[in-house]
Design a protein around this ligand. Structure first.
Ligand SMILES: *[C@@H]1O[C@H](CO)[C@@H](O)[C@H](O)[C@H]1NC(C)=O
Ligand SMILES: *[C@@H]1O[C@H](CO)[C@@H](O)[C@H](O)[C@H]1NC(C)=O
Length: 320
């Protein structure tokens, strides 16, 4: 009985898959409607070994996958990476080649591979480290964290991160980036962390006000690299790392939320009395900011003794 049913089931599953491909894709995640090879295997095994199981009506509704799973009492499959699913297939039991739902492995890259085969996708984090990439690969819509460290990206374009409305963190450390389109990050509604250290940047791109951490250390940021008042509206900014650049001033105003400001090894020569404090409001105390690095700059911190009145800890740097 089980053997006789098998071709029928395969045909039936193919039908289902075709239907799910023709149907418009669900808005965000394919998690529930995805039918992996593993599911098919499980289903076939069930018919092979459980002889008591019968299907009364051959014309089972071809609507959704859930009623069948229900009937056959197959537990919802855990979300498995397609890599492991492939590796777990027993070699002696060939299975029909079934089409996967579109985009199951992310969008196609220029190398003819979907992003999640070229890179590694774990839940909503995409790791593309050290792949000699010359571009940011097209990322799945659900990406929250993107790691593209140690590549040869050179330029970040306006569309590279467009519409990735869940993106929280971008880390493109040491990827030879010299240019970033002005609009590349500005519209990302949930971006919190940008790590773009050890690149060749001459201009800091505009960033959304949701930022908590910006690390653009070890770049080529000079006199005009940072827009006026660039950090003013970032009410959650806590870590601003701009060490090892060619900055000649401290970017003001600094948000009250700031906890660490690293500006060591730049070209800063002077500081205003109100850089950290407020000379008009002597009661203002900047409690959070306890880690200011100004060492390695041609500045004599002793010249502006009033600039540190509101701080709990003096900046690190030359005081004599
Ligand atoms: C995110 O999208 C990718 C590619 O479309 C998919 O393989 C993955 O299962 C999705 N992750 C979640 C948690 O939905
Ligand atoms: C630094 O400034 C203080 C106070 O103005 C001054 O006494 C000191 O000589 C300066 N040091 C150097 C190396 O210029």
């Amino acid at each position: 009985m089980g053997q006789r049913m098998k071709p029928f089931i395969i045909l039936f599953l193919n039908l289902l898959l075709c239907q799910s491909i023709l149907a418009p894709p669900p808005p965000v995640d394919y998690g529930d409607s995805e039918l992996s090879l593993k599911d098919v295997e499980q289903l076939l095994e069930l018919y092979d070994y459980e002889d008591g199981l019968t299907i009364d009506e051959p014309q089972v509704e071809i609507g959704t996958l859930s009623p069948i799973r229900h009937k056959a009492a197959i537990p919802e499959p855990e979300h498995t990476n397609i890599f492991s699913a492939e590796h777990e297939l027993p070699p002696q039991k060939p299975l029909p080649r079934l089409p996967l739902p579109p985009d199951a492995l992310g969008p196609q890259t220029q190398r003819g591979l979907p992003t999640c085969l070229l890179c590694t996708c774990l839940i909503t984090t995409v790791y593309c480290d050290d792949l000699k990439l010359e571009y940011v690969p097209p990322l799945p819509k659900n990406t929250t964290h993107f790691y593209g460290r140690y590549n040869k990206i050179k330029r970040i374009n306006k569309n590279d991160f467009a519409n990735l409305n869940k993106l929280k963190k971008i880390d493109v450390t040491a990827s030879q980036i010299a240019e970033v389109d002005e609009d590349a990050f500005r519209e990302l509604p949930h971006l919190e962390e940008l790590v773009i250290r050890e690149n060749q940047l001459r201009q800091l791109p505009e960033l959304p006000s949701t930022m908590t951490l910006i690390d653009a250390s070890d770049n080529k940021l000079g006199r005009t690299a940072i827009k006026n008042e660039a950090f003013k509206d970032m009410d959650n900014l806590q870590y601003l790392y701009l060490a090892d650049n060619k900055l000649d001033h401290i970017p003001v105003p600094l948000p009250h939320s700031l906890r660490a400001l690293h500006l060591q090894n730049n070209n800063i020569q002077e500081m205003h009395e109100d850089t950290f404090c407020n000379s008009k409001d002597m009661s203002y105390i900047r409690k959070g900011l306890e880690d200011i690095r100004l060492d390695g700059n041609p500045i004599n911190l002793s010249k502006t003794p009033n600039a540190y009145m509101c701080l709990l800890r003096l900046p690190t740097g030359r005081l004599i």
